[in-house]
Design a protein around this ligand. Structure first.
Ligand SMILES: Cc1cc2nc3c(=O)[nH]c(=O)nc-3n(C[C@H](O)[C@H](O)[C@H](O)COP(=O)(O)OP(=O)(O)OC[C@H]3O[C@@H](n4cnc5c(N)ncnc54)[C@H](O)[C@@H]3O)c2cc1C
Length: 301
């Protein structure tokens, strides 16, 4: 009760209780968040985190939800999202961009194109926010975030301070980093290279076209479900080899266009997606010996 009062008084315009998370995940699935907080700015974020700590609430950080499956029973504690005020792009030097943590990758690609900055075209194919993409070290077509990042600014959710971390001090690997879980990325500096606008546009359109041909669109999915084992052993190849392409659980199916994309056909539950994941993982292990690791994040009770 005390908690509720403090929260509702201090953060009334930014905090909601029992919010359905299905609108916040690309799977369009998930139960309720006990609390959903949308931070306006870093001071308010820190103030909220202090309140959360006092009340021993669990926190979950959410970007654009394009890599996150929320479970049916929802998420206890506070789900924290950065508001639109964290979505901005500034050209701070000739070829260096500062972007807010909630900025969508495709907006960065568009901005870079307008400024004739190349090597950021791949961002037009990733539907997430830059915060989520740094955590995932997202990438495609021989590029990824680690190759263009200069530094991040983040709020330490335990110490309530803002820190800056240089790229050299972060260990990046395939679809992940060693960044501690208790950081909320609020901005990042990234580097483009000087290029020609028409060539950048051509490259970007080419990437988008390639994606359209190889991956499904307009469906409820979080993209690749499992990580590739290696270039030669991609997850989709193993799923195919194990004969799982037509597996389904309830209304959760596997895309016929790209069998590492799992899909909510409209009436699936999160548990259907999770059961499908378990079924495929088991079969692939039995048939090929490969132990598939999840790329998507599964969150909740
Ligand atoms: C159709 C489709 C195609 C895709 N194609 C690709 C692809 O080509 N390459 C690729 O790599 N991925 C791809 N993805 C996956 C996804 O888009 C990326 O992983 C993306 O970078 C996730 O960003 P997000 O903001 O949606 O993260 P979310 O799903 O919201 O979160 C992902 C993780 O990041 C953390 N996080 C999010 N924001 C922050 C923050 N500000 N501070 C700290 N932690 C944070 C979350 O806690 C979570 O652990 C695809 C997804 C879809 C739906």
């Amino acid at each position: 009760m005390i908690l509720k009062n403090t929260f509702s008084q201090k953060f009334k315009n930014n905090l909601n209780e029992n919010v359905s998370l299905s609108n916040y995940s690309w799977f369009n699935l998930g139960g309720n968040a006990e609390y959903l907080f949308k931070a306006n700015d870093k001071n308010q974020l820190i103030e909220f985190l202090q309140e959360v700590e006092k009340n021993k609430l669990k926190i979950t950080i959410l970007g654009a939800g394009s890599n996150t499956l929320f479970r049916d029973n929802g998420v206890k504690g506070a789900v924290i999202k950065l508001s639109k005020d964290f979505s901005y792009i500034k050209l701070i030097d000739n070829n260096i961009l500062e972007v807010g943590g909630a900025t969508l990758d495709r907006k960065i690609a568009e901005f870079a194109k307008k400024k004739s900055l190349c090597n950021l075209e791949f961002l037009s194919c990733i539907p997430g926010s830059i915060g989520g993409s740094i955590i995932m070290n997202s990438g495609c077509y021989e590029n990824d975030i680690s190759k263009v990042l200069i530094s991040i600014k983040a709020i330490d959710t335990k110490k309530f301070t803002e820190i800056e971390i240089k790229k050299e001090d972060i260990e990046f690997y395939y679809r992940g980093t060693n960044l501690p879980k208790d950081l909320i990325i609020i901005s990042a500096k990234i580097r483009g290279s000087f290029g020609k606008k028409d060539e950048i546009e051509k490259k970007q359109n080419n990437f988008i076209e390639k994606k359209k041909l190889s991956q499904p669109s307009q469906i409820k999915t979080c993209g690749s479900t499992f990580k590739n084992i290696s270039k030669e052993k991609k997850a989709w190849m193993l799923i195919k080899e194990a004969g799982c392409e037509n597996y389904k659980e309830g209304d959760a199916t596997i895309s016929q266009k790209h069998c590492n994309f799992f899909v909510n056909n409209g009436n699936a539950k999160s548990s259907d997606i999770e059961n499908l994941i378990k079924k495929v993982k088991k079969k692939v292990q039995e048939k090929t010996g490969a132990d598939l690791e999840l790329e998507i994040k599964i969150v909740g009770e």
